[in-house]
Design a protein around this ligand. Structure first.
Ligand code: ADP
Ligand code: ADP
Length: 227
């Protein structure tokens, strides 16, 4: 199994101890798309953060491509985040005073095996806007840049946290089909949090979280993994 999350637990020690993840299991084959659904507060972001190496679990394991992320030192985790994970967020987090190409180049420059910048720009359909600044682009276009920036490093895993949360219906559809295209074209394994029901159909597996537990798993057996 390419991505294997097993019995993941996490609590936050605040005024009260809050148990956020109560033994979560997620499995994805290489090249698949997994979707995480669930109400606000059910633990979706915490789960993504642990898989992405920006937070630590209390118990359980995360393995990607036979590497056990949950065993890595802090330094190794920095390396893992830089080399192996691409992040796409609801708000695009582009650097405002860098052009589209420069926003992507920043990530490409610190990657060991990046894709060509022109290739990812072409994949997201923004070759003709590479010298624009983020403020000169629509919201949908800015999200396309952030997807290009996330995949230029050729990540093992693309993590998307509500990538269409700030976009209108039609623009969201465009961004979702772009994510699907990226999955096909680059073979990138994708895990995505979304409330957008349009995405469920293109996912290989849909996990529904409730109060820190996987309440329901739906396999979409009609879809085959990307080559
Ligand atoms: P979701 O993404 O499904 O909305 P989260 O993973 O963001 O859920 O949060 C799950 C629970 O964990 C919430 O009750 C939230 O308040 C709590 N939580 C998240 N991060 C922290 C933190 N850094 N400190 C304390 N509690 C947190
Ligand atoms: P959307 O409907 O996706 O929000 P917009 O109406 O904001 O799109 O933008 C439509 C087109 O106009 C886009 O191709 C975008 O690149 C261009 N555009 C938007 N704002 C600017 C700007 N300030 N300067 C240059 N081009 C812009």
């Amino acid at each position: 199994m390419f991505l294997s999350v097993s019995e993941l637990t996490k609590s936050y020690q605040t005024e009260f101890a809050t148990t956020v993840l109560k033994g979560v299991d997620i499995k994805l084959e290489k090249g698949q798309i997994g979707v995480i659904l669930g109400p606000s507060g059910s633990g979706k972001s915490t789960l993504m953060n642990i898989i992405g190496g920006v937070d630590r679990a209390d118990g359980g394991t995360v393995e990607i491509d036979s590497e056990r992320i949950t065993d890595l030192s802090d330094d190794q985790l920095v390396e893992y985040r830089r080399e192996s994970v691409g992040f796409v967020f609801q708000f695009y987090n582009l650097v405002p005073n860098l052009t589209v190409a420069e926003n992507i180049e920043v990530v490409s420059n610190i990657s060991k095996r990046p894709h060509k910048i022109d290739d990812v720009l072409s994949a997201v359909g923004l070759s003709d806007k590479k010298n624009r600044f983020p403020r000169q682009l629509s919201g949908g276009e800015q999200q396309r840049v952030s997807i290009a920036r996330a995949i230029v490093k050729n990540p093992k895993l693309l993590l998307c946290d509500e990538p269409t949360g700030a976009l209108d219906f039609d623009t969201s559809r465009g961004v979702l089909s772009l994510i699907q295209k990226v999955n096909r074209q680059f073979g990138t394994t994708i895990l995505m949090i979304t409330h957008n029901s349009a995405i469920s159909g293109m996912a290989n597996t849909v996990y529904r979280l409730r109060s820190g537990e996987v309440a329901e798993v739906t396999h979409n057996s009609e879809l085959v993994p990307a080559e």
